[in-house]
Design a protein around this ligand. Structure first.
Ligand code: HEM
Length: 79
């Protein structure tokens, strides 16, 4: 459930590995996709683009991957 603060999904273990080196490089002038603080600060905009399928620029993420990101963002953005 969206407000479950006990969700074990964590940035280092589960979220950061979803972002490729090329994603990080392409987006560095906006935010650092390998930084917990940057990704949690910009999570709403990031999620919106993942859901639209307009980011990453070369292919849309599979839905399960976007769902995982959303769950992480909505359950406290754990490190
Ligand atoms: C999972 C990986 C990525 C995520 C989550 C992501 C997310 C975003 C977000 C949230 C924005 C809007 C920035 C803002 O509102 O200030 C954006 C813009 C942009 N991204 Fe990415 N990005 C990713 C990968 C990439 C890749 C691989 C490329 C292409 C090499 C790319 C190229 C761009 C460009 C050119 C813009 C500015 C133009 C626009 O808004 O469409 N991004 N991205």
């Amino acid at each position: 459930m969206a407000t479950d603060r006990n969700d074990p999904t964590g940035f280092e273990a589960d979220i950061k590995p979803l972002f490729r080196e090329k994603d990080r490089q392409a987006m560095l002038r906006h935010f650092d996709l390998w930084s917990h603080d940057d990704v949690s600060r910009h999570a709403e905009r990031i999620l919106a683009r993942l859901r639209e399928g307009t980011m990453p620029c070369d292919h849309a993420w599979p839905q399960e991957q976007t769902d995982l990101f959303q769950r992480w963002a909505e359950t406290g953005s754990r490190e």
